[in-house]
Ligand binder design. Structure first.
Ligand code: FEO
Length: 404
C-alpha cells in the first residue's frame, strides 16, 4: 500500500493487525484493526504516532513512508499523541535509524517514553495551546486530552487543513485497505465502522467516558474539517458523525442508553437455560429489541458492546457452590472494570441445594449504580409457574425501558 494524501503535505499511512490476533492481547477483532500514522510536511517533516513492531509491519510502514517519499532519516519531529505500544513499540528501532529525531509529547508522556524506550534527549514537553510551526503554512496545535485512554494522551490539530489527529479517541476496529475516508464507504461499510466504533469504545475507552466528554468540550470550538484517529477510517465528509457517536457512547454510562435489552445467560445442566426463551419472549412481547449472549461461549468483548448500549440487562446464571456461576462472575467483574453503569437489571437462575448467586452479584455490582427488579429464582428444574413468572418479569423490565 501507498500513503494516502489527505491535504497538501499531509498523508495517512499505517498497517493492519489481522483478525486472528487479539487487540491488547484480549479483544477479538472480526476484521482486524488499522494502526494509523500521519505525516505532516512543511519545510520540516513531522510524523504523528508510529506503529507496532509486530511481524513485518514496520517494513510495510517504511514502504508506505517511502511512497510519499520520506525516509526515516528525513523526519524532523515525532509527535507522540499516545505512548501505548501499538503506536510506539517500533519507536526504538525508528530512533536508531534517525538519532536526531525531536519528540513532542506531554509531561506525563515523557516519563513513559523514558520507561518504555529509554529516550530522554530531544524531548519537548507540550501542553494545551502549544504550537509547532512546520513551515509552508502547516502548523500543529496540541491539546492535552488525558485518559483517552492513558493519562498522557493528547490531540494534535493542524490549522491549515483543520485536521484533528485524535489518536485512540474517535477510533474503531476494522482494517483499512485502499479506502480511508468515510465518504468512500458504502452504507454497509459505514455501518460496519460505526458498529466497530461502539465495540472498540466499550472495550477500550468506555471506562474513561467522563474524559471523552471533557475532550469533546475542549475542541468544540475548533474548525474540525477531518477527524483522523489512530484506528479506523478518517472522517472527512462528516467529522461530526464520529464525534457525536462518541458523545452518545459516553452518555450511555450515565443512563442515557438505547431502549434495548441485552440477555446474557449461562447454564450448567440446562435448568437455567430452559428459561431463556421465556425471558426473550417477555421482552419481545413489549416490542423492545433484545440481544442474546451466552457465557462462557461468547467473548466478553462482544457482550460489553451490547451491554454498554442497552438500557436493560437480563442475567441468567445458576448458583454454583453458594455463589454465582464463575464465568458470569468473571463477566460481571469485567463490567465493573469497564464501568457498565446505570442499567436496569433482572436476574434469573436455578439453584441445587441452596441459593447464593444473588448475594455475590449484589456485592460485585454494588458500585455499578444498577437498578434491580425482583429476580426469578427457583430450585431444580423450572416448572410452568417459573416460566410464566420469567416472562412477566422480563415484560416488566421491558416496560420500564420503554417508559424511561
Ligand atoms: Fe491505540 Fe491506547 O492505543
Amino acid at each position: 500500500m501507498k500513503a494516502t494524501a489527505m491535504a497538501e503535505g499531509i498523508y495517512r499511512l499505517g498497517i493492519n493487525l489481522e483478525s486472528d490476533q487479539l487487540f491488547e492481547g484480549m479483544w477479538p477483532m472480526t476484521d482486524g484493526i488499522s494502526i494509523n500514522s500521519y505525516v505532516v510536511q512543511g519545510d520540516k517533516t513531522a510524523i504523528i504516532d508510529l506503529t507496532e513492531d509486530v511481524d513485518d509491519k514496520p517494513l510495510q510502514f517504511e514502504r508506505e513512508l517511502a511512497s510519499i517519499p520520506v525516509q526515516p532519516e528525513d523526519v524532523d519531529y515525532l509527535i507522540i499523541n499516545h505512548m501505548e505500544p501499538d503506536h510506539t513499540s517500533w519507536l526504538p528501532a525508528f530512533h536508531r535509524k534517525n538519532p536526531d529525531l525531536q519528540f513532542f509529547i506531554t509531561a506525563k508522556g515523557a516519563a513513559v517514553l523514558k520507561a518504555f524506550c529509554g529516550i530522554e534527549k530531544n524531548v519537548h514537553i507540550v501542553k494545551t495551546g502549544d504550537t509547532l510551526d512546520l513551515g509552508k503554512g502547516r502548523e500543529l496545535v496540541f491539546y492535552e486530552a488525558p485518559n483517552l485512554h492513558w493519562p498522557e494522551t493528547m490531540f494534535s490539530y493542524e490549522k491549515s487543513s483543520g485536521i484533528l489527529f485524535s489518536c485512540d479517541a474517535f477510533g474503531s476496529y476494522g482494517s483499512i485497505t485502499d479506502v480511508i475516508f468515510d465518504d468512500q464507504l458504502s452504507s454497509e461499510q459505514h455501518g460496519f465502522f460505526m458498529e466497530e466504533a461502539l465495540r472498540y469504545y466499550a472495550n477500550i475507552i468506555g471506562g474513561f467516558s467522563m474524559f471523552v466528554t471533557k475532550a469533546i468540550e475542549l475542541v468544540k470550538d475548533l474548525d474540525i474539517k477531518m477527524v483522523a484517529p489512530s484506528h479506523g477510517i478518517v472522517w472527512r465528509e462528516n467529522p461530526k458523525a464520529i464525534i457525536e457517536a462518541y458523545s452518545r457512547f459516553a452518555g450511555y454510562m450515565n443512563g442515557l442508553a438505547e431502549p434495548e435489552i441485552t440477555v446474557i445467560w449461562s447454564s450448567m445442566y440446562g435448568n437455567t437455560g430452559q428459561v431463556v426463551n421465556s425471558m426473550v419472549q417477555g421482552v419481545r412481547g413489549e416490542g423492545v429489541p433484545v440481544h442474546i449472549y451466552r457465557v462462557p461461549h461468547d467473548h466478553v468483548g462482544f457482550i460489553l458492546a451490547s451491554a454498554w448500549k442497552s438500557s436493560g440487562i437480563i442475567l441468567g446464571m445458576p448458583t454454583y457452590e453458594y455463589r454465582m456461576f464463575p464465568p458470569m462472575a468473571w463477566t460481571l467483574d469485567m463490567f465493573g472494570r469497564k464501568k457498565v453503569w446505570n442499567k436496569k437489571v433482572l436476574r434469573f437462575g436455578s439453584f441445587g441445594w441452596s441459593g447464593g448467586a444473588q448475594r455475590e452479584m449484589d456485592t460485585l455490582t454494588e458500585k455499578l449504580k444498577w437498578e434491580f427488579i425482583d429476580p426469578v429464582e427457583w430450585q431444580g428444574r423450572p416448572d410452568d409457574e417459573v416460566l410464566a413468572r420469567a416472562s412477566q418479569q422480563a415484560a416488566a423490565l421491558a416496560r420500564q425501558i420503554k417508559g424511561q
